[in-house]
Design a protein around this ligand. Structure first.
Ligand code: ADP
Ligand code: MG
Length: 698
């Protein structure tokens, strides 16, 4: 057996268990030993039944006096045993484990651990963990696995209990531990545990101090590798072959004129970011920049200015957005801004391919650049699209600038694929996800970062209220009144599953019907969800923009980007299912005009914890603060998307551990400054290669 041995081949693990393991992403022995416990049960308190207090976690040693299965009316099985440790007999109860009576017999000596409870006035332990002892009532400390110590608890899946995983780890770990090589050079490892020791202790610690030390070391490795990967990519990017510098000064006048022609004055922050990007374009190296800016901070227009500059330099532009709705919207914005300059903007989504390009526009283009256009007549200067842009069918020449909006919605591979559509393009990505700077530097350490940290003037904070169910009717009345005054409303239906499945859509339809028939029969409502055909989506959105409908009922697809200034109220159903930062992004859809605007959060669960989490949105309008709060409340991270996944999954470290982030970043910088190729750090390089295949280039 070695680290890469497939778990299937290990005695006691057949195909069916193998499948369950694969479900946890456990395929090899190495995966298994890197499957870390997420908490520990402290069963180190070895005591006796007489002195055990209700609610206490204890370990007892004693003898089974009797054991039997009881079948309840609901076809459940209870296994009940009387257990005596010589001080006072107590009851042990297990649920649905009828096979236990084959394993535990009257007269067996056991050590059991669990939480003490009182049942019908008798002391008992529900679902205790147990292990057998020899006849002397003794277990060598080293034999203890499930009881009498700090017992690791693992992420489980149906049919794989912590107890089973624990036993397997205990079985395989000693056989492969010597194979584990510590990739850290000793000066970086410094006072931290050796890797072997850390792995042993994370599974089988003797104390919480051990756990802490092991976590420190393993967490360090995790973040350190991310830092190395991103910093190294950044270095390599800087070494890319030089490309032609774009002309910015030559077109100074045109650029200024274009900016002057915008319907508003740019904010200082927008100007600053445009300057940063201009610098990139003139460097003679491909740009690789992330623009981060709150919802509504005006990223699109920044992208438009940059696209214009690229166009002046004779480059073609691809602009990718995560949803069709958003792609349509960008296309229409860019058209409005750039058409007067004779620039053709086309759309490319699953259902629409350039069919908006009018012949006149091609004519204008032809006039402007006689020679270059001939071969690519059917191609617009700027192609806005969805994932469809990645299709093989779309062959693009001369692409020199790629813009990715809402980049967090795309996977690494997708971004890589888009980039490969051009030889050495300038790459501009944008996100509204507020990420604390240190975290951004880690996750996106390979990118240059620009922040639009200012909203256009005149934006009023969106008044936000968590609305209890008994106030729901009042909220509807308020909405009715506002609609009569000419305002428009979004109603967001609950996110039932992570992605927009049929179930989510069904729920949205049901809510739409309810609102239309029962609550607002006199108003016009539209329904928007991801499963509509693109024509329908466009229609629904246009009707809302044109005020033909007053209320837009929608799944959270409007989260990204939709821009309707007259909408002033946003209702979010099932608000607890979203992360705070996500809710903040949603409410950014309103409050875009001069009028006062509102967000009503309707929680589906009204316990105090949920409500107080949501209340943060009543008090805070700072997306970054809310993101940090999400990080802190990260326990239920997956659904809230706070793991910032899509890029790196953290098993043990946390993006909220700023000091570890700093420390690993410094260490990575230090080692790369000594040896940029890591040739002298072979083990580290191997580790990095294994880790980083999906990472670079982003
Ligand atoms: P986001 O950064 O969320 O993508 P958008 O680009 O959609 O934001 O811009 C939000 C709204 O703000 C749009 O209606 C846009 O026209 C407007 N806007 C952008 N910049 C300014 C500005 N400097 N002053 C006033 N309004 C602006
Ligand atoms: Mg946007």
């Amino acid at each position: 057996m070695n680290l890469s041995t497939s778990l299937y081949t290990i005695a006691g693990i057949g195909p069916s268990l193998g499948k369950r393991l694969a479900y946890l992403n456990l395929n090899t022995v190495e995966d298994m030993i890197y499957h870390f416990p997420f908490r520990y049960d402290d069963f180190s308190n070895i005591t006796n039944a007489l002195e055990s207090q209700v609610g206490e976690k204890v370990t007892l040693q004693g003898e089974i006096w009797s054991i039997r299965n009881i079948y309840t009316r609901t076809r459940k099985v209870l296994t009940q045993a009387v257990f005596n440790d010589g001080t006072s007999p107590i009851e042990l109860t297990w649920f649905n484990q009828s096979w236990l009576t084959n394993q535990i017999k009257t007269g067996d000596r056991l050590q059991v651990s669990g939480k003490v409870s009182k049942y019908k006035n008798k002391i008992s332990i529900m679902a205790p963990v147990w292990e057998k002892m020899n006849s002397e009532f003794r277990i060598q400390n080293s034999e203890l696995l499930h009881t009498g110590r700090l017992v690791p608890v693992y992420p489980e899946t149906a049919g794989l209990t912590s107890k089973w995983i624990r036993a397997k780890v205990d079985q395989v770990l000693p056989k492969v531990i010597d194979e584990i090589e510590d990739p850290l050079p000793s000066d970086i490892r410094a006072q931290m545990l050796e890797l072997r020791e850390a792995i042993k202790l994370i599974h089988f610690p003797d104390s919480y101090k051990d756990v802490e030390n092991a976590r420190e070391r393993l967490g360090f490795d995790e973040l350190f590798l991310i830092q190395l990967a991103t910093l190294k990519t950044r270095l390599e990017w800087k070494d890319k072959p030089a490309i032609e510098k774009l002309q910015v000064t030559r077109y100074k006048k045109q650029i200024e004129e274009f900016i002057k022609s915008l319907p508003f004055k740019l904010t200082k922050a927008q100007e600053k970011v445009i300057e940063e990007i201009k610098e990139d374009l003139q460097k003679g190296q491909p740009m690789n920049r992330l623009v981060q800016g709150e919802v509504g901070s005006g990223k699109t227009v920044v992208a438009a200015v940059i696209a214009y500059i690229a166009h002046l330099n004779g480059l073609r532009i691809l602009y990718m957005a995560p949803t069709e709705i958003l792609a349509f919207q960008h296309e229409s914005t860019l058209n409005r801004l750039l058409e007067p300059y004779g620039i053709g903007v086309g759309i490319y989504t699953g259902s629409k391919k350039f069919n908006r390009i009018k012949d006149e526009r091609l004519m204008i283009k032809e006039k402007n650049h006689q020679s270059s256009i001939i071969n690519h007549q059917s191609f617009p200067d700027i192609v806005v699209g969805t994932h469809a842009l990645l299709s093989d069918k779309l062959a693009v020449e001369d692409v020199g600038l790629i813009i990715v909006d809402e980049q967090q919605r795309f996977g690494v591979e997708q971004r890589g694929l888009l980039r490969s559509k051009a030889r050495v393009p300038h790459f501009l990505t944008m996100t509204a996800t507020p990420i604390p700077r240190t975290v951004a530097l880690t996750l996106y350490g390979d990118l240059d970062l620009s922040v639009i940290d200012e909203l256009p003037v005149g934006r009023k904070p969106v008044k936000t209220y968590v609305v209890p169910s008994k106030k729901r009717a009042d909220a509807y009345e308020f909405i009715r009144k506002k609609v009569k005054e000419g305002d428009q409303v979004y109603i967001i239906t609950p996110l039932i599953e992570l992605s927009e499945t049929l179930i989510t859509v069904k729920a949205a339809k049901a809510e739409f019907e309810r609102l239309k028939d029962k609550i607002f029969p006199e108003l016009k409502l539209g329904l928007l969800h991801g499963r509509l055909k693109s024509k329908e989506k466009e229609q629904v959105l246009n009707d809302f923009k044109d005020k033909k409908t007053q209320i837009l009922v929608s799944t959270s697809v409007v989260e990204v980007g939709v821009d309707v200034t007259n909408a002033t109220i946003m209702v979010i159903e099932g608000a607890e299912r979203f992360g705070l930062a996500q809710l903040h992004q949603l409410r950014g859809r309103v409050g875009r005009g001069e009028k006062e605007s509102f967000t009503f959060l309707f929680p589906g669960i009204e316990d105090s914890q949920t409500v107080s989490r949501l209340r943060n949105l009543e008090k805070t309008y700072d997306g970054l603060k809310l993101a940090e709060l999400d990080l802190k409340i990260r326990g239920s991270g997956e659904l809230f998307g706070t793991r910032q996944s899509g890029r790196f999954e953290l098993k043990i470290a946390s993006f909220s551990d700023l000091s570890l982030i700093e420390k690993t970043r410094e260490a990575a910088k230090k080692i790369l400054s000594k040896d940029p190729t890591l040739d002298k750090y072979h083990k580290l390089k191997v580790k990095l290669l294994a880790f980083g295949s999906g990472v670079m280039p982003d």
